[in-house]
Design a protein around this ligand. Structure first.
Ligand code: ATP
Ligand code: MG
Length: 423
């Protein structure tokens, strides 16, 4: 029996990878407009990094991590998210000494042991950004404006931005106490999991997908009514700047994030196109995180976009692979050798050129040129070699022109050389 991939971990094949490349390149283009630089961290980290940052009672740490001991019995974990590794790298490499404000982005695979389904996998990919060193609400609005611009750039408009504030270590404990008291009075309506976690992590109950929990929390106290004055001012400013930048949003006071490190502004970009996998991007502020991991006391904010969910949403508008600009059909050994050298010269000159490698008949070669969707074909046989000229056929309108083999590379590279990869 042949070996298959691990459940929940997918191949990205030609035909689909072009969409990935487009989404990744668009991110690089947009993020660089805002002054972000890429950072790449290892795929595995010491397990304690995630336990300490994401939080012991979160879904990720409780049940979703790929954790194992290496041969020296050190516990390591395949990264379930990108923020903690970026913070670790930021602190370890003293990036704060280079610049008081760091704007970083990353892209790559993440790992969570979840039940695989559409839009939810065990290896998935995130595109994320982090800004370190600014508390001002302008940066919250700017990060969201950048997210908005990215979605405009990739032409996905069926998403809406929801924002909330989760308060800070000053005001959140008071809110949590009130929420716990409220939940206690409705314990019998909550799912088993929420009955277990309502005291350690009461906010998660608001975000539980079970119908009973949703119904039981309809009248739950709102976090927004419990913000201290500085959190309240900050949230007011975020909304003010979002309006100033014309970024549409809705306030959703029930939106809590599944990671412990969030404070103040949190947000999700949601769609109704992907069933219960409705979040395509999510993030927020994590002002205490860098310090809690042993770094300087710096505020931070960021988001992560789930790439697979974007690819699913882009499915109808697939980006086609680059096709050959010229297919050279050759007959006989001498012509085939000449075609081979010509093809190589054209490729060096920047023309996407292709030929047959399998010794097929002329008819079969022309069928292949058609199948590959080549823009032009050139037929090379004994006669053409003798006369030094060949017919260049435009496959879209079947028009033909005569071209001298000597000047073929110069003429074609001038004519076809500069075509974008995403044509
Ligand atoms: P969900 O509620 O769907 O489980 P989450 O809150 O766990 O999402 P985050 O940790 O905020 O997700 O990750 C940011 C983004 O990464 C999500 O909005 C989603 O697009 C994507 N994502 C998260 N988990 C997965 C997964 N297992 N497979 C594919 N994409 C994922
Ligand atoms: Mg999740």
């Amino acid at each position: 029996m042949s070996i298959t991939a691990i459940k929940g971990m997918n191949d990205v094949l030609p035909g689909e990878v072009e969409t990935w490349q487009f989404l990744e390149q668009s991110a690089r283009d947009v993020f660089s407009l805002y002054g972000f630089s890429e950072i790449r961290t290892p795929i595995a980290e010491k397990t304690e990094l995630f336990c300490r940052s994401i939080g012991e009672t979160t879904d990720i740490v409780e049940k979703e991590m790929y954790t194992f001991n290496d041969k020296s019995n050190h516990s390591m974990t395949l990264r379930p998210e990108g923020t903690a590794p970026v913070m670790r790298a930021f602190i370890q490499n003293h990036l704060h000494n280079l610049d008081p404000v760091s704007k970083l982005y990353y892209m790559g695979p993440m790992f969570r042991y979840e039940r695989p389904q559409k839009g939810r996998y065990r290896q998935f990919h995130q595109l994320g950004v982090e800004v370190l060193g600014v508390e001002d609400a302008k940066v919250d609005a700017q990060v969201l404006a950048m997210l908005h611009q990215y979605f405009a750039r990739i032409e996905i408009d069926s998403v809406s931005l929801q924002i909330n504030s989760l308060g800070c270590p000053e005001c959140r404990p008071g809110y949590q106490q009130e929420l716990i008291a409220y939940l206690e009075s409705r314990l019998d309506q909550l799912c088993v999991e929420c009955q277990r976690r309502y005291q350690t992590n009461p906010l998660r109950v608001l975000d539980c997908k079970a119908a009973g929990c949703q119904a039981a929390t309809i009248d739950a106290p709102s976090v927004l009514d419990h913000l201290c004055s500085s959190c309240n001012d900050h949230f007011t400013q975020v909304k003010y700047y979002l309006n100033a930048l014309q970024v549409p949003f809705k306030v959703n006071s029930r939106m809590v994030r599944g990671l412990d490190y969030y404070v103040r502004t949190t947000f999700e970009l949601v769609t109704d196109q992907l069933g219960s996998q409705n979040a395509v991007a999510a993030g927020g502020r994590y002002d205490g995180l860098v310090e809690s991991l042993g770094g300087p006391a710096l505020p931070g904010i960021g988001f992560a976009i789930g790439l697979e969910r974007l690819v699913l949403m882009k499915n109808e508008q697939r980006i086609s692979p680059a096709t050959p600009q010229l297919f050279i059909a050759a007959l006989g050994k001498e012509a085939t050798d000449r075609a081979f050298v010509l093809m190589s010269q054209l490729q060096i000159a920047g023309v996407r050129a292709e030929m047959d490698y399998l010794g097929k008949s002329l008819k079969a070669q022309m069928r292949r040129a058609n199948k590959l969707n080549a823009a032009f074909t050139l037929i090379l046989g004994e006669d053409e070699l003798e006369s030094g000229q060949a017919q260049l056929k435009n496959m879209s309108d079947s028009s033909q022109s005569i071209i001298a083999l000597e000047s073929l590379v110069a003429t074609l590279s001038k004519k076809l050389g500069q075509v974008s990869t995403y044509s």
